[in-house]
Design a protein around this ligand. Sequence first.
Ligand SMILES: Nc1ncnc2c1ncn2[C@@H]1O[C@H](COP(=O)(O)OP(=O)(O)OP(=O)(O)O)[C@@H](O)[C@H]1O
Length: 568
Amino acid sequence: MASLLASFIHGNDARVINKVPSPIFQSWKRCRGLNVNHEQLFQDDILPSNRLNELLGKSEQLIRTAKPILQHIFSLLRRGKYQILLSNNEGYILETLGDPSFVNKTKKIFLTPGVNWRENLKGTNGIGTVLIEQMPLAIPGWTHYSQPVSFLDCWASPISASDGNLIGVLNISGEAGATHNHVMEITTLGAAMIEQSLAIAEMQAKFNLSKRDLDALGKTLLHSKASISKGDSIKTEQHNFFVPISFNHTAECETQWHGRSPKTHSILDIAMRATRTDSTVLIQGESGTGKEIIARTIHNSSARKEKPFVTLNCAAIPHNLVESELFGYTDGAFTGAKRGGQTGKFELAGSGTIFLDEIGDMPFHVQASLLRVLQQKEFYRIGDNKCHAMNARVIAATNQDLCQMVQQGKFRLDLYYRLKVISIEIPPLRERIEDIWDLAPYFVEKLCKKFSFPRMDISPELFHHLANYQWPGNVRQLENCIENMIALSTGTSTLTVADLPIEYTTNCQSSGTSLENQISQQSANLEKKLIIQALEDVNGNIAAAARKLGIGRTTLYRKLDKLHIVIP
Ligand SMILES: Nc1ncnc2c1ncn2[C@@H]1O[C@H](COP(=O)(O)OP(=O)(O)OP(=O)(O)O)[C@@H](O)[C@H]1O
């Protein structure tokens, strides 16, 4: 089937015309006429978070009405491997819901709020083509004009307001080639339900219906339309996959957690669950990924939020002072001790939270003392025999591989498990690039305020560039890069690629220092993962995998060789 599209692209319309449904054929013609790229998918129109929030605000009525219906149709799909999308009439995705493992697969093509799926940008696809054809359509994987989307079978139906104007599209995507029952019917049913719910809401506003009348009407609507479900109940819980998050957790320094990726959602989900207990938390992730922000988020959202949050960076103080910093000491406890002694961090934290940053650098002998304190819930100042109760919650963080350190005998196994009661892994920024669409505008706004500069925007090309950079220094590096651009800007209202510091205009990393070697090793690992995934997706077919990755076959062979990937 895919060869039909290839024939069409090469101008062999005669071979294709009777084999492809007319709306698809028309769509292919439009795409070819507009030179839409067949090999690659470009992310040309992704709204930055401020404009996305504006759009979500403007579309509030449609989203609020559609949300419970999306839940309902997801249950009609038996919560299978599907992703449901709601777009507005300009092609921007407003809301999405789906099976997490499937959503994980689709994230490479950005089925997320704020991304525009108009046909002239993305080729034949559910949202874009239905917006033009204005009728329900099935778009099997092979009919997507842009090859990277061909792993999805899609069904989409237009949504109209009561005055007949097109206001959006409901799209359901599933794995291409899998068995799909009734999905077209469910899509049109979902769109009709949204239209009717909107009409009811309009009626309510017009005739001032009571909430009870409206509920009764709503129930009738759901039950009368749910015949396909064979007894499925209507689920009301919300799954906010991909909704941008702006998590304001501390008034004191106004730091906010920003990001919309599924990984960000699951990190915050675990963090929020951690706030309900006093269990120790171990946060692991590369430097600059936001470990401290997460620790503060847990503290500020917990019952301890009015109590102190005390930090000890184990790497920033000499080894022989870590213990006294933690537990404090009495007057004359050791040579060089301050007169009058010193209060330790555990005492300062009281019944608040103690954040042990860079725990991997904690000296071995102090690890034993810390373990004892965690187990016995009491500690002594050095040189003192007065016992203090330990009431603080402990959150530890590290960018080292503690598990490996345990194997190497550098970190105590018992302490490792004691700390890791709740474990949070923060992935590097390059593995959650969707977050850049929130982080970059957030930093621009924050830094413009800091420098008292007028507001600035980010050009789409710059977004593209930022999203394609590897960010070895993670969010901290992104923030520094933006600070550099703003500080050196010359009265511009839009930051562009030309404002990028020179070192960011290429992704090349020279080898040499061990940090750089580490970074290039990580990029190689990432590349290896992407290649293996692409090969798996196409059952080991080299030509198809190369197309999927947007590289030539020879290049792929070279990379397989270099990365020691063996195809069974
Ligand atoms: N999701 C986020 N939203 C907003 N700002 C962020 C986010 N993640 C990180 N930052 C910012 O990036 C910088 C680094 O974050 P943080 O200090 O929490 O990282 P870290 O992982 O603890 O780093 P290190 O391991 O080097 O101590 C901070 O300025 C922080 O405000």
